[in-house]
Design a binder for this molecule. Structure first.
Ligand SMILES: NC(=O)c1ccc[n+]([C@@H]2O[C@H](COP(=O)([O-])OP(=O)(O)OC[C@H]3O[C@@H](n4cnc5c(N)ncnc54)[C@H](O)[C@@H]3O)[C@@H](O)[C@H]2O)c1
Ligand SMILES: O=CCc1c[nH]cn1
Length: 485
């Protein structure tokens, strides 16, 4: 490995880095240059076994600690992450290609927020007392046991923490498999958790492709699977987990609507559309990629959008002036370029971008299509790149129906100065994470997740506690037991 911040081996198991070079080689490519910056190896069956057995062995003692003791370790890890934010952000940039300007504020810091938040909650995970006349019931919130986390490549540090923090706060152990595309950052999260005092075995990271994920999901010792990934992968993983009656959280893809009414503040609406389409070069699950703009303001909106989008600074992601990075891989770049060609062929009007940038690395210019219609492929499929589809509408009723006419249901947003309308429209959106006069905010305090094909369960907030724990109820009889015979 070449960068000083990079981890020293492929896996982190039972409190230490572990290497097994007999696993398939996985090159780590820096998206800004196409250079190989590291190599890791996919977990062999022996590595998978080491990770699962050490997690299983460590979990029971961890669950016996008080929540306050567990929380203290998580909060200490949050502090270490904040102290090392710059170094971790540079690593996130190497792993993903995202500009340092973004990673400094959105990745390690978001992971630290999760560790701090769930560390703070851990001491207050209590049950209920339910009076039943002279008798009573009490409930206890218990951990699920051994949890598996499987990550996507767009937010490797954040995903490792969003899953690990609530799992550990509740008294579970975790085996985390990052995306094979971005394997580096989760190893650092594991290293820091253990430096903060996490007992060995409770947070293991192993590398690999779908086969390794599949081996984790189907192992009978595993009680819960939390996946961040695409809908097709989610369907496979959900089915495999169901056959073992395991708990699941599915954070999947989207094709979310962003609705801009003609009374909206145009500057804010354009800003929302930019944040909801071009942050992380469009590689954000909750992006509002179907931008419905009222026909009265369409041309004004497009003019301002084109001007501001043409100001994007594409360049070296490690230069803090750069605010628009490359696609994560050459393959992802080619997928997105394919969608751009489809948009052109389908007759959408190209407003800006529409091609690969003339520079090294996997850069695509931020792209806006106008006059997009609901039946176009670019309005229906998740592109996961910097391609915004602008569609016109005339009435509130019409736009609500069209916004909901999709299998996905991750996010939705509305821009309007009429707050009654804002709440009325958002109330009818078939989506889990919604925004009014904003887009893509994801604070740890707010539940995050989708409905319909976009997922099951929620990450962040107190909701995540419910998804990493289960309730035991105990009926306590204070008098004699009456029986028929
Ligand atoms: N809802 C969210 O919170 C959220 C966040 C980020 C990304 N995403 C979604 O993730 C997708 C992009 O990420 P991706 O390309 O890495 O997704 P992906 O579905 O290709 O892979 C996700 C993860 O699943 C693993 N995997 C693949 N097949 C598997 C199998 N059969 N069993 C177990 N694991 C398996 C992969 O190795 C990877 O770690 C997009 O659809 C995006 O919307 C969703
Ligand atoms: O990619 C999905 C998760 C997310 C949304 N905003 C920040 N992270």
């Amino acid at each position: 490995m070449t960068h000083p911040a990079q981890p020293t081996a492929s896996h982190f198991i039972n409190g230490a880095y572990v290497e097994d070079t007999s696993g398939t080689e996985i090159p780590v490519i820096y998206a800004a240059t196409g250079e190989r910056i590291a190599t890791v190896h996919a977990a062999t069956p022996d590595i998978v076994e080491q990770a699962l057995s050490s997690a299983k062995a460590a979990q029971k003692e961890w669950a016996k600690m008080t929540g306050t003791e567990r929380g203290r370790i998580l909060r200490r890890a949050a502090d270490i992450i904040r102290d090392r934010n710059h170094e971790l952000s540079v690593l996130e940039t190497y792993d993903t290609g995202k500009p340092l300007q973004e990673t400094l504020v959105a990745d390690a810091t978001s992971g630290a927020d999760a560790l701090e938040y769930f560390g703070g909650l851990a001491g207050s995970l209590t049950g209920e007392h339910i009076p039943m006349g002279e008798d009573w019931v009490y409930t206890v919130r218990e951990p699920l046991g051994l949890c598996v986390g499987i990550g996507a490549w767009n937010y490797p540090t954040q995903i490792a923490c969003w899953k690990g923090a609530p799992a550990l706060a509740c008294g579970n152990a975790m085996v985390f498999k990052p995306s094979e595309t971005t394997p580096l950052c989760a190893l650092k999260v594991a290293e820091i958790l253990h430096e903060a005092g996490l007992p060995a075995g409770l947070y293991n990271v192993i590398q690999g492709m779908g086969e390794v994920g599949g081996a984790l999901v189907t192992d009978p010792r595993v009680d819960k699977v939390s996946l961040t990934g695409s809908v097709p992968t989610g369907k496979k993983v959900y089915a495999a987990a169901a056959s073992g009656m395991k708990h699941v959280t599915m954070e999947l893809g989207g094709k979310s609507p962003l609705i801009i009414f003609d009374d909206a503040d145009i500057d804010n609406a354009v800003g929302g559309a930019i944040n909801g389409n071009f942050y992380s070069s469009g590689q954000v699950c909750s992006n509002g990629t179907r931008v419905f703009v009222h026909k009265n303001i369409k041309e004004e909106f497009l003019k301002s959008l084109a001007e501001r989008t043409n100001n994007a600074i594409l360049g070296n992601p490690l230069d803090e002036e750069t605010n628009f990075g490359p696609m994560v891989t050459e393959n992802q770049m080619n997928i997105v370029l394919g969608y751009i060609e489809k948009g052109k062929a389908e007759g959408a009007r190209l407003i800006c971008g529409g091609e690969r940038a003339d520079m090294d690395g996997y850069y695509i210019k931020p792209t806006v299509f106008a006059d997009v219609t609901d039946d176009m492929v670019i309005a229906q499929e998740e592109i996961f790149g910097p391609v915004m589809a602008v569609l016109d509408f005339e009435t509130e009723e019409e736009v609500i129906a069209r916004a909901n006419a999709t299998e996905f249901g991750l996010s939705a947003g509305v821009f309007t100065n009429d707050l009654s309308r804002a709440h009325r429209v958002i109330g009818q959106m078939e989506a889990g994470s919604c925004f009014i006069n904003s887009y893509n905010d994801a604070p740890v305090e707010a539940p995050f997740g989708g409905v319909k094909a976009s997922g099951v369960g929620r990450e962040n907030s107190k909701e995540a506690i419910n998804h990493f724990s289960q309730v035991k109820s105990v009926y306590v009889r204070m008098g004699d037991v009456e029986a028929a015979f």
